[in-house]
Design a protein around this ligand. Structure first.
Ligand code: PMP
Length: 334
């Protein structure tokens, strides 16, 4: 019989899949491989950090049997934490602003978590604000707050799992690693590991226009999960060799192309990173670097964005041409 005892045993060891026609590359060109993280059991790369942060808190005693995990998150980290918590018998309370969609809240509840919704229309110092509520809840007895933005086990999980997987899967032939940056955990952990194996590996961040990582002030952009308006502690400023800025229009148009032309139903941050990898591949091809091996990490699935990136009306509402219904050339310069 072939089975695992727990879903947690299926976290990591995600495959590398060659990207093809969406790259529009000449025949002799770099190899571009996608690390498909939506194949993790919780549906995203965040399963990796959830496991590692919880195990470390158990080991240090910060999280006691029957304790409660409190984190301000509405997305993938919440799913990862809820999945691991359920398996290990912890409670989960997630605090999220009221702008978070009901669908997202329902996913967390489906995994057995409690969701506390805070008004967006109050100042950060207001007792009901997102920040104050999560602070208060995390100070209750038995509570533990992972804080993915400062927890060193976030980048460490990538140093210990994602990085070594990519190195082994490419037989050490990777020349460029491309990824988006939210907490910066992925780029810092994977980037450091790869450079420790071969200092010549180039680490490239992909970033929504307006975010601090590409020199912006945090001006709003629509792509979710990436870009910041502050510098998180989990981001190692010395690791990225270069940051490629990508517009919302290009991110969304490319996300749609990945689903339609490569059958990869991924989220907008994946489209953003893959668009940057495509740009890099074209630059390298023009320089004759056809031996380059580019790995781009795709963090999550497109299922969570069916009413946004994959909805023509939503795209149209923000002025992204007529919704990229069919012709990608009308949206961005893809
Ligand atoms: N994409 C999505 C959809 C995410 O949820 C995140 C995490 N915020 C990222 C990309 C960025 O990963 P990291 O936090 O490791 O920088």
């Amino acid at each position: 019989m072939q089975y695992v005892n727990s879903l947690l045993d299926l976290i990591g060891n995600t495959p590398l899949v060659r990207l093809g026609r969406t790259l529009d590359l000449p025949e002799a060109a770099p190899l571009v491989l996608a690390k498909v993280e939506y194949l993790n059991p919780g549906g995203s790369v965040k399963d990796r950090i959830a496991t590692r942060m919880i195990e470390a808190a158990e080991a240090s005693g910060a999280l006691q049997p029957g304790g409660t995990i409190v984190e301000p998150t509405s997305g993938n980290t919440g799913v990862g934490l809820a999945m691991v918590a359920q398996e290990k018998g912890y409670k989960c309370v997630f605090v999220c602003p009221d702008k978070v969609s009901e669908d997202k809240r329902n996913v967390l509840k489906a995994y057995g978590a409690e969701v506390v919704v805070c008004p967006t229309a109050v100042a950060p110092e207001h007792p009901d604000s997102y920040y104050n509520v999560s602070d208060r809840l995390s100070k209750e007895p038995g509570a533990w707050k992972p804080d993915q933005y400062s927890n060193p086990h976030n980048p460490r999980s990538h140093y210990e799992t994602t990085g070594p997987e990519i190195w082994e899967q490419t037989d050490g032939r990777i020349t460029h690693f491309v990824t988006g940056m939210g907490t910066g955990g992925t780029i810092s952990g994977v980037g450091r590991y790869l450079k420790d194996q071969n200092p010549d590996v180039q680490v490239i961040g992909a970033d929504p226009s307006g975010s601090v990582y590409s020199g912006g002030s945090g001006r709003p952009y629509l792509v979710e999960g990436v870009g910041e308006d502050f510098w998180p502690e989990t981001y190692d400023r010395s690791v990225a060799d270069r940051v490629i800025e990508v517009s919302d229009a290009d991110s969304f148009a490319f996300t749609r192309r990945l689903a339609r032309e490569e059958a990869m139903l991924v989220g907008g941050s994946s489209g953003m990173a893959a668009f940057a990898a495509r740009q890099l591949a074209h630059e390298l091809a023009a320089e004759g670097r056809t031996d380059a091996v580019i790995v781009v990490l795709l963090p999550d699935s497109g299922r969570g964005y069916l009413t946004k990136v994959f909805n023509d009306d939503w795209l149209g509402q923000y002025g992204f041409a007529n919704g990229a219904t069919a012709d990608h050339r009308t949206v961005g310069e893809v």
